[in-house]
Design a protein around this ligand. Structure first.
Ligand SMILES: [Zn+2]
Length: 214
């Protein structure tokens, strides 16, 4: 049996998901430290995330009629680029997904290469490819992570002009400078390509609906 949502239902479901996630976050936050409500660095990460998303939609529209749902995409993009910091003040959802290395393992693990990579978006995009709304969420997340990696790279390289020194790891933990630059650029590119590829593959049902064959 398949569930067909009315236009109102399509608006209500993302809101319910958001409320559920905020509730989950509150529960997780109970055992974690507090964070400031508004953080200049997070605002900057979000602003660049919005710019990168705009470019992504622009490029997508050059080849495809159907684009990801703005609400699902935006929620994912925000989580990947900056975290949901204006909505929640602590816990995992407060931070961008790549920075969960700090939340989970402490500041000593920051810029963990597994988190500052396309690894998590890859599994989410592949795993959620056939679930319409969640797929768009994962695509947004992937674009957000791409943007986050680019911002982190530029910030680290500019604040540590000697980033290329051996045994000095300001960009990615435990990774020699030039490799770290390649790592961040390469993974940003993979995350963007993954999102673009997934967004171009509209499930058949969505295609029919948009073309008016309902
Ligand atoms: Zn980061």
């Amino acid at each position: 049996m398949s569930i067909r949502l009315t236009p109102l239902g399509r608006m209500v479901v993302p809101v319910l998901v958001l409320v559920g996630l905020i509730g989950l976050n509150g529960w997780l936050s109970a055992t974690m430290g507090r964070g400031p409500w508004l953080d200049v660095d997070k605002v900057f990460h979000l602003a660049i995330g919005i710019v990168v998303s705009w470019v992504f939609y622009y490029l997508l529209r050059q080849k495809h009629d159907a684009v990801p749902h703005y609400g699902f995409f935006g929620a994912g993009m925000m989580l990947g680029a900056s975290g949901w910091f204006p909505l929640v003040s602590q816990g995992l959802l407060f931070s961008a997904l790549p920075d969960w290395d700090i939340t989970l393992f402490g500041i000593g693990s920051h810029r963990n290469p597994a988190f500052h990579s396309a690894l998590i978006p890859f599994f989410l995009v592949i795993g959620l490819l056939h679930y319409r709304g969640m797929r768009d969420f994962a695509i947004g997340l992937s674009v957000g992570v791409c943007s986050h990696l680019l911002v982190d790279l530029c910030q680290s390289a500019s604040s540590h002009p000697d980033w290329y020194r051996p045994n000095f790891y300001p960009i990615v933990r435990g990774m020699y400078g030039p490799f770290a630059v390649l790592w961040m650029l390469g993974n940003a590119l993979i995350a963007a390509g993954l999102a673009y590829g997934a967004a171009g593959r509209q499930p058949a049902l969505v295609r029919m609906e948009r073309e008016g064959f309902e």
